[in-house]
Design a protein around this ligand. Structure first.
Ligand SMILES: [Zn+2]
Length: 73
């Protein structure tokens, strides 16, 4: 159930051809779970690149998402 005080961000998955609105507070978890379940842990789904720059800092600061992407390359 969406809380109007909790901003949502669009998450897109080019392989699934889906887009969904995910609360900012859980977007990292949602993206990670999606990728683990459907894409064998590959980083396929992501925050819509059109706004990713804007929310990236918030998400990274909140969840440590960027610092945790160590072993994909
Ligand atoms: Zn997907």
């Amino acid at each position: 159930m969406a809380n109007e005080d909790d901003p949502t961000v669009p998450v897109v998955c080019p392989e699934c051809d889906t887009e969904s609105q995910v609360p900012l507070s859980s977007v990292g978890e949602t993206v990670e779970s999606h990728n683990e379940r459907l894409h064998d842990g590959e980083e396929v789904a992501e925050i819509d690149p059109a706004i990713a720059e804007r929310v990236q800092d918030l998400v990274a600061a909140d969840l440590g998402l960027l610092d945790d992407a160590g072993d994909s390359q």
